[in-house]
Design a protein around this ligand. Structure first.
Ligand SMILES: [Zn+2]
Length: 363
């Protein structure tokens, strides 16, 4: 936390040893801008990164609104934010791989690399995972500290605006690649930020026909523009399920990518999935849902994959290759950019749905 002494040391200018930051100042709605929060110090195996741009995530919306999940998880006082690009400013004494000046992003899931999953190629589901901007100080600040192992050097051809959102793009890439979409029909249920990213990723990854569902006509329109062959507003009835099945030999799609978290989408999405199909689930229902596992999984012989975070670092390499291929269309997904001082406007633009992915520039 910022001390009173640090605050008074600043008096409007930028004092050494402090930074501008957004932090969760109370157990309630909003964030607060601190012009003089103490600059973090990297440990021996950490890097200190000067943040250039950050992305506002759906998770940041929950933290802003202080819903039940946030209240139970977020320590009051932390700097929030986990999507960013920046430049290494300093490295700890034991860091060997990186030097100051390198443009980087980072995997925000931090593990001690000691548990079963970390040691067997599945560090993204490590039992000791701590996430920046959720469990420890994040990147909505001029500086952020991450362990050397979490650093991802950003390819020079990838612009800052895109590099700031590798974290959610990685969620989309992880989901699409886990399901395997090449030459397959795909239903993406829910085309919010990551669902829209999944449309362009699935198309780039060689999906056959892509179908999309949502309740937002604008997002559905954009899903079509990005590569969906059909986009259905599920508020207009359940007839779309017949349409999708009819289009797919009367059986249903090969792959379901669930990205909405809506209970009805879990039911209807699986009704659109053919027997023996694969469903990859990234959507998070806000509370436990009732869902017919007998019909949707057992008798269907479906393969169901839970998707969490990004594979370290397989997803990051796949994402870089997809970006460098020039096949991903992200310009219409990253809609707004504000200076971090206008964080209230930035969050409001994201929360109202006027903006899709909203980026804030920090330095
Ligand atoms: Zn995120």
């Amino acid at each position: 936390m910022t001390t009173a002494a640090a605050r008074t040391a600043v008096s409007g200018t930028h004092a050494t040893g402090t930074m501008r930051a957004l932090f969760k100042h109370h157990a309630g709605v909003g964030l607060k801008f601190d012009p003089a929060r103490p600059k973090p110090t990297p440990g021996p195996r950490d890097v200190l990164i000067r943040v250039k741009k950050v992305g506002i995530c759906g998770t940041d919306r929950h933290i802003w609104e202080w819903d039940a999940w946030s209240a139970g998880r977020i320590p009051v006082g932390i700097v929030t934010g986990h999507e960013f690009v920046g430049v290494i400013e300093a490295v700890g004494s034991a860091v060997t791989k990186y030097k100051p000046g390198l443009r980087v992003s980072a995997e925000g899931h931090i593990t001690a690399w000691a548990d079963y999953n970390s040691r067997t190629g599945n560090a993204h589901i490590a039992s000791d995972t701590r996430i920046i901007g959720i469990d420890r100080d994040g990147c909505f600040a001029e500086y952020v500290v991450v362990p050397e192992e979490n650093v991802w050097p950003v390819h020079p051809s990838i612009p800052d605006k895109v590099a700031a959102v590798l974290d959610p793009l990685g969620n989309a890439v992880h989901t699409v690649m886990a399901a395997g979409v090449s030459a397959k029909s795909v239903l993406i249920s829910g085309v919010g930020i990551i669902g829209l990213m999944a449309v362009t990723v699935a198309k780039a990854a060689g999906a056959g026909r892509i179908f999309a569902t949502d309740v937002n006509p604008e997002r559905l329109k954009l899903a079509k523009k990005l590569g969906a062959i059909e986009a259905y507003d599920v508020r207009q009835g359940k007839g779309y399920m017949d349409d999708i099945r009819k289009a797919c030999r009367g059986e249903g799609v090969d792959v379901l990518l669930e990205m909405s978290g809506a209970a009805s989408a879990f039911d209807e999405g699986f009704r659109c999935l053919r027997n023996g199909g694969t469903a990859a689930i990234l959507g998070i229902p806000s509370k436990p849902i009732t869902w017919n596992i007998t019909e949707h999984v057992v008798f269907k012989g479906a393969t169901v994959l839970g998707i969490n975070g990004r594979k370290m670092f397989e997803t990051w390499y796949q994402m870089e290759e997809l970006l460098l291929s020039g096949k991903l269309e992200l310009d219409e997904i990253i809609t707004h950019e504000f200076p971090i001082e206008e964080f209230e406007k930035a969050h409001a633009t994201m929360i109202s749905g006027e903006g899709i992915k909203v980026v804030m520039s920090v330095s």
